[in-house]
Ligand binder design. Structure first.
Ligand SMILES: [Zn+2]
Ligand SMILES: [Zn+2]
Length: 281
């Protein structure tokens, strides 16, 4: 019964322009009008490390929902939260995980859309060399994607951070202003705030599309939306020797409203022997 979302009012806490990314997708799908619930989200931690995050990614997103609830009367409350971390198997790759939570006040149900991707230009270097700065700028597609500069000084408690530079001249001036002399090293980072990073905007759009799919899904038991895969169970047998592998055999669905659970076997009949510990130890 996704009809329950049609024409509802919705609010999101953001000062990074996320309502402009997620709003049109919710409008097209359900004629939901997404408003801005204004609040200083930098109090909830920032990517450039000025204020520590209160908790993990999901916890931070839930805190934003609570804060939106305190300042908005909308039927639906949304929060979007991104995280960037090294790939567990290949640490030189950076993984971007995006979450969007939708909280329905009428039912107190939470629907969580999660998207994990390697499509990110997140990067950090330290240098005292302007040419290296400009190489970095080119690589991360400055100025459509912005850059954050910091003094590389562990003793500097009031860490000086410069952002929002829009031109190469502004970038170079900011870089020089952080150097007491030309040997001083400056930390250079990709600005990952949504409004300054079109690559991240694309990932938030994909996450919003996943949210729409979840809002359209329904539990076979209670008919609530938000019926989603919560777990992947390994054991798909090898195509050569039939030994269970680490590949997913069942997708475990769970209703976040009534708790109904269901395991669905994946459509793939068997696993590539290249992923089998017996055939390819
Ligand atoms: Zn095998
Ligand atoms: Zn249910």
């Amino acid at each position: 019964m996704p009809i329950r979302f049609y024409n509802k009012s919705a609010a999101i806490i953001t000062k990074h322009g996320k309502e402009k990314i997620i709003g049109p997708i919710l409008w097209d799908a359900f004629q939901i009008h997404l408003d801005l619930a204004r609040y200083d989200t930098d109090l909830l931690g920032t990517f450039s490390g000025e204020i520590a995050r209160p908790t993990d990614q999901l916890g931070t997103a839930r805190l934003k929902i609570q804060q939106a609830a305190a300042i908005s009367n909308a039927n639906l409350l949304l929060a979007s939260e991104g995280a960037f971390h090294p790939h567990p198997d290949t640490p030189f790759l950076t993984v971007n995980t995006e979450l969007i939570i939708l909280f329905d006040r009428a039912t107190e149900q939470e629907i969580i859309a999660k998207h994990t991707t390697l499509e990110t230009n997140a990067a950090t270097i330290s240098t005292n060399d302007e040419a290296t700065l400009l190489d970095f700028a080119k690589r991360i597609k400055f100025p459509t994607h912005r850059i954050i500069l910091m003094r590389d000084d562990k003793n500097d408690s009031a860490k000086q951070i410069l952002k929002d530079m829009a031109t190469e001249a502004e970038l170079i001036n900011a870089f020089r202003s952080l150097q007491k002399d030309s040997k001083d090293v400056v930390v250079i980072e990709t600005d990952l705030r949504a409004m300054h990073n079109p690559t991240r905007q694309d990932q938030i759009k994909l996450t919003a599309n996943k949210l729409v799919q979840l809002m359209r899904s329904h539990c076979p038991s209670c008919d609530s939306p938000g019926y989603q895969i919560q777990n992947w169970l390994p054991g798909l047998p090898c195509c050569w020797c039939n030994t269970p592998t680490k590949n997913t055999l069942y997708e475990q669905y769970r209703c976040t409203y009534c708790g109904f659970e269901e395991q669905k076997r994946v459509s793939k009949p068997c696993a590539d022997p290249g992923t089998c510990d017996q055939c390819n130890p």
